[in-house]
Design a protein around this ligand. Structure first.
Ligand code: IBG
Length: 225
């Protein structure tokens, strides 16, 4: 039997967090190797472990996988979280790409320059409440099922929940006008693997603390070399 997947990233959310979410949702245990300094990243690069010299990198099934979306697609396909046919998969892809757009906006917020930060925050809230959240509310309301696609649990449900929770960290009442999504959030949060991941002590990471920003920059930005 293959060993546990091993995740290489810094000890924070960034681009790795959705990978953690999907593995956890699929009930797969994983190990993590945290990059603490730029030297740790350079070592991985020099060892030839990173196809494009970047992390996230995940050792899984004998591969050293990079590119976040490739990793997410692999995990989803392997663990039956990617729809029953190509059309379901296409719909799942549309839904998750949009969650990733919003997720990325929120993820990048702590590293915005002070002069653009307030405007960036306002854009997050505006896009969340007018562009993204209403689409999921309507989809769930129209088909009346528990899960976003095909009446069964998929990565779309996991990634939507992850992004809802991130949006609530920005604005706690962001779902106040979206009752169907409130019910969705409660139901998906209660799936045993997800419930466990949401409990303290899991490998889920907290939002990027402003104090950690210089450390993250020192690992990834070349002007520190
Ligand atoms: N398309 C790649 C993917 O999706 O995996 C992008 C990966 C990427 O940007 N990796 C960065 C990296 O390794 C770290 S995440 N940089 C080193 C280099 O030499 O390029 C950086 C990041 C953070 C927070 I932190 C938000 C977005 C990106």
């Amino acid at each position: 039997m293959a060993g546990k997947p091993k995740l290489y990233y810094f000890n924070g959310r960034g681009r790795m967090e959705t990978i953690r979410w999907l593995l956890a949702a699929a009930g797969i245990e994983f190990e993590e190797q945290f990059l603490e300094t730029r030297k740790d990243l350079l070592k991985l690069q020099q060892d030839g472990a990173l196809l494009f010299q970047q992390v996230p990198m995940v050792e899984i099934d004998g591969m050293k996988m990079v590119q976040t979306r490739a990793v997410l697609n692999y995990i989803s396909g392997k663990h039956n979280l990617y729809g029953k046919d190509l059309k379901e998969r296409a719909l799942i892809d549309m839904y998750v790409e949009a969650t990733m757009d919003l997720n990325e906006m929120i993820m990048l917020h702590p590293i915005q320059l002070p002069e653009t930060k307030a405007k960036h925050f306002a854009t997050i809230i505006e896009k969340a409440t007018t562009r993204y959240i209403p689409v999921y509310e309507k989809a769930l309301k129209d088909h009346g099922q528990d899960f976003l696609v095909g009446n069964r649990f998929s990565r779309a449900d996991v990634q939507l929940l992850e992004t809802i929770l991130m949006a609530e960290e920005c604005k706690p009442d962001i779902l106040s006008k979206f009752p169907v999504l409130q019910g969705f959030k409660a139901k998906i949060s209660n799936i045993p693997t997800i419930k466990k991941f949401l409990q303290p002590g899991s490998q889920r990471k907290p939002p990027l603390d402003e104090k950690l920003v210089p450390k993250v920059k020192s690992i990834f930005y070349t002007d520190n070399e």
